[in-house]
Design a protein around this ligand. Structure first.
Ligand SMILES: NC(=O)c1ccc[n+]([C@@H]2O[C@H](COP(=O)([O-])OP(=O)(O)OC[C@H]3O[C@@H](n4cnc5c(N)ncnc54)[C@H](O)[C@@H]3O)[C@@H](O)[C@H]2O)c1
Ligand SMILES: O=C[C@H](O)CS(=O)(=O)O
Length: 481
């Protein structure tokens, strides 16, 4: 069983007298790590190290060196794919096939960042476009912000950490990295991998601790220039209110809609939406939580969907055949079960599932739901999906937009004119046509509107958000030879 702690200025802090926290495998409750928790003093040391390292080491590191370190880290991660996949599986309870998929995406994120590190460009402004602007040159440079505070969630402990660390490094920043205390092991191993790839001490300072003890002071620290947060709406709101003048990116929750018009390919949509609703037990921010199906195909879709959900294999996440493992812990499974019971009391029907055993909640399909039920109005973040009939385009756009969230949606139709019309009217950060809301690549802009967040990730876009433009104007003296 591993004992792990914060890594500050290259040194691990695991002294015996520290507060500890255990990490358990959510499936069998095996203790997989003991954390030596950071305190406020460690957080302050981490920020000081990152601040000083930015001004000494990072400012002097050329882009090609940053790119090389990112590329080497990708190569090292690729060699250790199975080790990292098993780590994610054990600390998060994520089925091994999805854990391996997360590692494969993480390798791509590192490679995207390595390539982009050498292509952070500015522009030349046409000064003579303005009256009196002739004989002047205008340059726009992109400069790193300084210290980025990266705070990450439990559900994609490697890839969503890299969506902050890799762009930050590519842009020339330093990072104070606060991973989720529920799933810190892959984050710890990632920092070690960067060290092995040659990243100088102090560029990434890892702080393993609770949100209250070290997350909150990171958000308010004066020597931190940006907070990049992925997590719940509640914490995101708190960060928005306490971060002061720092730049802030918030990647928050959702209750993603998927719309099937009458000309959808029912079988294909049903197959994809099983993954879309139940991958990692629905603990995915863009999980297909609401499926709106045109009344003409409602019965056929429902029948096919029920059949495919019943075929899902529930079991040990380390088993390659497992589709459904545990949720992150029993408390979350009990919360989700309570939301199901609440909906049933208000008239909803359980078509499949609805059974909870410890941290496992069986894949659950609900019908006869209404927009006021928690399983519709809030983010379930569990293996629960609702299928709702609709009659008109106008009606289903109204349903989909009736939410405090707006992250990603899926729209299924063969009519491209209708698809684009609907996409334009959906209040979302992203819309997929003939693809599920749960699908994401790591190189497109990603983020929400309304209370799903602020700002965008996706490596190129995160780099932009982790840099500041500087204008430099030059007046040319025409009289001097
Ligand atoms: N939009 C996205 O890209 C995206 C991706 C993954 C998860 N999420 C969201 O994350 C949530 C699930 O993750 P979670 O349970 O780990 O979220 P969470 O908000 O409970 O925790 C996220 C991180 O914030 C830290 N934290 C907690 N309180 C804090 C505080 N007061 N100040 C600073 N940091 C604090 C936690 O320690 C953790 O590292 C869901 O709502 C999901 O929708 C969103
Ligand atoms: O949980 C939300 C994540 O953003 C999904 S993904 O890892 O980006 O696909």
């Amino acid at each position: 069983m591993m004992k792990i702690g914060s890594i500050i200025n290259g040194q691990e802090r695991i002294e015996e007298n520290r507060q500890t926290m255990a990490v358990h495998n959510p499936f069998d409750n095996e203790k997989v790590a003991e954390l030596k928790l950071a305190a406020k003093k460690d957080l302050d040391d981490a920020v000081t190290s990152s601040f000083e390292t930015f001004h000494s080491v990072m400012k002097a590191m050329p882009a090609h060196e940053r790119a090389d370190i990112l590329r080497k880290t990708a190569d090292l991660l690729e060699k250790r794919t199975d080790e990292f996949a098993t780590t994610i599986c054990k600390e998060a309870g994520k089925p091994i096939k999805y854990s391996r998929g997360e590692v494969e995406r993480s390798i791509q994120v590192l490679r995207f960042a390595s390539e982009l590190a050498k292509n952070i460009t500015g522009e030349v402004v046409p000064m003579d476009a303005a009256v009196g602007g002739q004989h002047r040159i205008g340059l726009v440079k992109r400069e790193p912000l300084g210290v980025v505070g990266a705070i990450t969630p439990f559900n994609f402990p490697l890839n969503l950490s890299l969506h902050k660390l890799a762009p930050a490094l590519a842009a020339g920043n330093t990072v104070v990295f606060k991973p989720a205390e529920k799933t810190p092991i892959s984050a710890y191993k990632l920092v070690k991998l960067f060290q092995e790839a040659g990243l100088p001490d102090g560029v990434i300072n890892l702080v393993i601790g609770t949100g209250e003890e070290v997350g909150a002071p990171l958000v308010t620290h004066d020597h931190v220039h940006k907070i990049s947060f992925t997590g719940s709406l509640a914490v995101g709101k708190n960060i928005r209110e306490t971060a002061g003048f720092k730049k802030v990116t918030l990647e928050l929750g959702s209750n993603s809609p998927n719309i099937l018009f009458e000309d959808s390919d029912i079988e294909d949509a049903a197959t994809e939406l099983v993954k879309g609703a139940f991958a990692f037990s629905g603990q995915v921010c863009i999980s297909a939580q609401r499926i709106y199906v045109h009344q003409q195909i409602y019965d056929n879709f429902l029948s096919s969907y029920i059949q495919k959900i019943n075929a899902l294999r529930i079991g040990d996440p380390l088993d390659e055949k497992t589709d459904i493992g545990p949720m992150i812990n029993q408390e979350e499974a009990e919360r989700a079960k309570q939301w199901i019971d609440d909906a049933v009391e208000k008239g909803a029907k359980i078509e499949v599932g609805g059974e909870q055993d410890g941290a496992v909640l069986t894949p659950t399909l609900m019908t006869n739901v209404d927009e006021n039920m928690k399983i519709i109005a809030q983010e379930v973040f569990a293996p629960i999906v609702s299928v709702i009939p609709f009659r008109t385009e106008e009606e289903v756009i109204g349903y989909s937009n009736n939410s405090i969230y707006g992250l990603q949606a899926g729209v299924f139709t063969k009519d491209i004119n209708r698809a684009m019309r609907v996409a334009d009217r959906l209040e979302m950060g992203g819309v997929w046509i003939n693809e599920i809301s749960t699908y994401r690549q790591d190189n497109h802009p990603y983020g929400g509107v309304k209370q799903s967040g602020v700002g965008r990730e996706g490596v190129k876009y995160a780099i932009e958000d982790m840099t500041e433009t500087k204008f430099i104007g030059i007046k040319i003296d025409q009289n001097k030879q």
